[in-house]
Design a protein around this ligand. Structure first.
Ligand SMILES: NC(=O)c1ccc[n+]([C@@H]2O[C@H](COP(=O)([O-])OP(=O)(O)OC[C@H]3O[C@@H](n4cnc5c(N)ncnc54)[C@H](OP(=O)(O)O)[C@@H]3O)[C@@H](O)[C@H]2O)c1
Length: 286
């Protein structure tokens, strides 16, 4: 049986649906039973921070989709909470005999990387030495970010000053790829960089959004320094703001511009374009 963690999240919701379509044996991990009921699938209540609840969740489980929250501000620039949480999940899984973990990571996960990039690298190393069979998903930026808060109060979008393109990927396609890896036991010991089909500049994204929202969407270019100032003015701790601004500057150099064929290789079809993503999620933008 598969345990889907992060089941209420941007990838998890699609993965739960896909596994149901495939009639694969699975249960969802949720922190809140009410959210579990609304998934309309078998679920178990547990929390990464409660190892007893995770051990109970692992009963009858041989594979896990490991996915949780992204980078969070810490008051003193201390370690990202996801590191201890996901390492603990891996340790508990190892103790109770889980055989395989498919982990959602991030593209460019690397030692010393800022925020999610460094945190996911740390977790990846822990998983690789756990003795559990592993597969890594390293996605580009999520198209879903444009649903969950990319807009300023005035409806404009911000972009790195150079407005370099990003090969945004729909979480629908990450989930479809994960479903193949989980149900066909493929990819052991491999990392898959998952991207959308096209690198898009923020101006191009804004053009698509203008059509859906039926009003012009402006793009405001921000330098690394302006980004950090903007975040600290919003109350974000200074160290976190500086790290976000550094990642932002990396994106401005085109670090997320390339595309890969991994979604197509795994699912047998092209990943969704941004226009297709908007059509599928039109209601979320109304
Ligand atoms: N956003 C991007 O562009 C991007 C790009 C590449 C990689 N990533 C990575 O993708 C992952 C998912 O990020 P996301 O922003 O899309 O988040 P998400 O999957 O939409 O939400 C996080 C999920 O984790 C669950 N969760 C949080 N804390 C938990 C805990 N203590 N115990 C059990 N479950 C917990 C949440 O459950 P609740 O419903 O209970 O809160 C929710 O289902 C992150 O690791 C991020 O670094 C993101």
């Amino acid at each position: 049986m598969i345990l889907v963690t992060g089941a209420t999240g941007s990838i998890g919701k699609h993965l739960v649906q896909r596994l149901q379509e495939l009639q694969a044996p699975f249960k969802a991990l949720v922190r809140d039973a009410g959210k579990g009921r609304s998934l309309n699938c078998p679920y178990v209540v547990g929390d990464f921070d409660d190892s007893d609840s995770m051990a109970a969740a692992f009963v009858d489980v041989d594979q896990i989709l490991l996915n949780g929250a992204g980078a969070a501000p810490t008051s003193d620039g201390g370690p990202q909470p996801m590191i201890a949480q996901q390492k603990a999940v891996i340790d508990t899984a190892g103790r109770v005999g889980v055989e395989r973990i498919v982990k959602v990571s991030v593209w460019h996960a690397r030692q010393g990387g800022k925020l999610a990039e460094g945190a996911h690298w740390d977790i990846e190393q822990h998983l690789k030495t756990s003795g559990i069979e592993w597969v890594l998903l390293q996605p580009s930026g999520f198209m879903q970010n444009f649903i969950t808060g990319a807009f300023n109060d005035d409806g404009s979008l911000i972009a790195p000053a150079t407005d370099a393109p990003v090969s945004y990927v729909d979480c629908y396609d990450i989930a479809a790829s994960a479903a193949v890896l989980l149900t066909e036991s493929l990819g052991a010991g491999r990392a898959f960089v998952l991207t959308g089909p096209e690198p898009l500049t923020m101006a191009e994204i804004a053009g698509h959004l203008s059509g859906v929202l039926d009003k012009p969407v402006k793009v405001i270019g921000l330098s690394r320094e302006d980004m950090a100032v903007r975040l600290t003015a919003q109350g974000v701790p200074a160290r976190f703001a500086a790290d976000v601004a550094d990642l932002w500057a990396d994106v401005g150099t085109g670090s997320l511009a390339a595309t890969t064929q991994e979604v197509k290789n795994l699912t047998g079809r092209e990943p969704r374009t941004f226009a297709e993503f908007l059509t599928a999620n039109r209601a979320a933008f109304r």
